[in-house]
Design a protein around this ligand. Structure first.
Ligand code: DWN
Ligand code: SAH
Ligand code: ZN
Length: 406
């Protein structure tokens, strides 16, 4: 019997198409004397009614987003530049004398710092205390909370309505989207917009980027599913734009229903999605097969190198890597350590697979023969700074879209 669950958006039937097994929390990097780890079943399904792709099982939000949440947006120069550019665009395009901007999931303040420095009114809503403190240290106004309709009402009561509400890599983390969208509708001015960017399901399928699937990513959006979600909640999807970050994302712009005409990009991408047959069971079954193959190839490559006496390490202790390591059964016997620039992860072990995390300095002394690029979405930035590794004969192992040594 195919497994099903109830759609978090429309209460329709969600049919499972990929089971990635029992998994630990992707960002729960543990200390050596750790307690038994929490685990959940990681599987994804498609809603027959509204076509929203989503996890079959929800992890309670406080288990994932808390004071010790380790991900820092500012850890990548390119990500920081992207958000600074977005903030500068906001400042350039506003015609309001005293504009007000809200960011949902502002993390360490990579975007809002620009508004804070410009003396522009803003609020970041961020439940993870440690990263919220980092934003506050940059002068950003932060409210430590999970955004929902009640938080939105309270912000309106204290500060008035917002010109733009923004969320990057956050909306797809929130299962209770009905409450969030009701909140945004209350919060944003009648002529304002809600802009959010998240990984694009068409890219996940197209690139077999199965490691984008983990506890924090509850939803995997398409233009079709976001359009339906918007319509259910009194919004129109008025613009979509492809963003070259995290392996390919879409930036969606929502406006109150009837307030603005939709750009051509919305219809264009809908037609593209239809041509890609993203909701077709055959497409989804082919994706699941490719995930299995990818994993078999990666473990075979790593075992071959170990048996040949080669030194292999990992680069980037991403949340994504938890899915790969735990689904493929890769541990310290195949990858003795992973280098990562986040002080919040160094000295700890990867969740479930227990691979030690070391600072980037460990990448040069001693030099490994091979490095698995877990932060494949930051390939350009990492290749540009790790030229010595290549020059010394080091080779990169990639697994998106398929396993290869370069
Ligand atoms: O959606 C999410 C995205 C935005 O961030 C969150 N749920 C969690 C997190 O996912 P991730 O951990 O997969 O994100 P990244 O951006 O792929 O993580 C990159 C990792 O690699 C970080 O731990 C930092 C590290 N890194 C590094 O060591 N050297 C990154 C760069 C660019 C580097 O040069
Ligand atoms: N916007 C940043 C951070 C993405 S990580 C970037 O793109 O780099 C996801 C962030 O969403 C985390 O910082 C997490 O604490 C936050 N988050 C999770 N649930 C939330 C909610 N309900 N409201 C606001 N932020 C939330
Ligand atoms: Zn649905």
């Amino acid at each position: 019997m195919p497994r099903t669950s109830t759609c978090r958006v429309c209460a329709g039937v969600v049919g499972e198409f990929l089971d990635l097994g029992q998994q630990p929390l992707s960002d729960a990097f543990v200390l050596r004397d750790h307690r038994p780890e929490f685990s959940y079943r990681l599987a994804v399904g498609l809603c027959e009614r509204c076509s929203m792709v989503q996890l079959m099982e929800e992890v309670p939000r406080d288990r994932m987003f808390h004071d010790a949440y380790p991900y820092l947006s500012s850890g990548s120069t390119r990500v920081r530049a992207h958000f600074e550019e977005f903030a500068e665009g906001l400042l350039r395009s506003t015609t309001e004398p005293d504009p007000f901007f809200v960011e949902i999931g502002c993390n360490d303040g990579a975007m809002l710092k620009v508004l804070a420095d410009a003396g522009v009114r803003h609020i970041g809503v961020e439940p993870s205390g440690g990263v919220a403190d980092r934003a506050a240290a940059k002068g950003v106004q932060v409210r430590k909370d999970f955004f929902d309709e009640h938080v939105a009402e309270d912000i309106v009561a204290r500060h008035g309505r917002a010109d733009v509400v923004f969320a990057a890599n956050t909306l797809c983390h929130i299962p209770y989207l009905d409450s969030v969208l009701r909140g945004v509708l209350t919060l944003v001015k009648p002529n304002g917009v809600f802009v959010f960017e998240d990984p694009y399901f068409a890219e996940i399928i197209g690139q077999t980027a199965f490691d984008q699937i983990y506890d924090e990513h509850f939803f995997y959006f398409t233009v079709r599913s976001v359009g339906a979600l918007a319509a259910r909640n009194g919004f129109d999807l008025v613009d979509v734009r492809w963003i070259p970050l995290h392996g390919g994302e879409l930036r969606y712009t929502l406006a109150a229903a009837g307030a603005r005409p939709a750009a051509h990009s919305v219809g264009d991408l809908l037609s593209e999605e239809d041509a890609l047959t993203l909701a077709d069971p055959t497409t989804l079954a082919r994706f699941a097969d490719k995930v299995e193959r990818n994993c078999r190839d990666l473990t075979a490559t790593l075992r071959g190198l170990r048996d040949a006496g080669k030194r292999v390490v990992g680069y980037g202790a991403t949340a994504k890597s938890a899915t790969v390591l735990n689904f493929c059964g890769i541990g310290p016997d195949l990858i003795p350590y992973i280098c990562d620039s986040s002080s919040t992860k160094q000295g700890r072990l990867t969740p479930g697979s227990h691979i030690p995390i070391r600072p980037p300095a460990a990448f040069s002394a001693p030099r490994p023969d091979y490095a698995v690029l877990f932060a494949w979405n930051h390939a350009d930035e990492i290749m540009a700074k790790e030229t010595d590794f290549r020059d010394a004969g080091g080779r990169w192992i990639r697994y998106v879209p398929h396993v290869r040594v370069t």
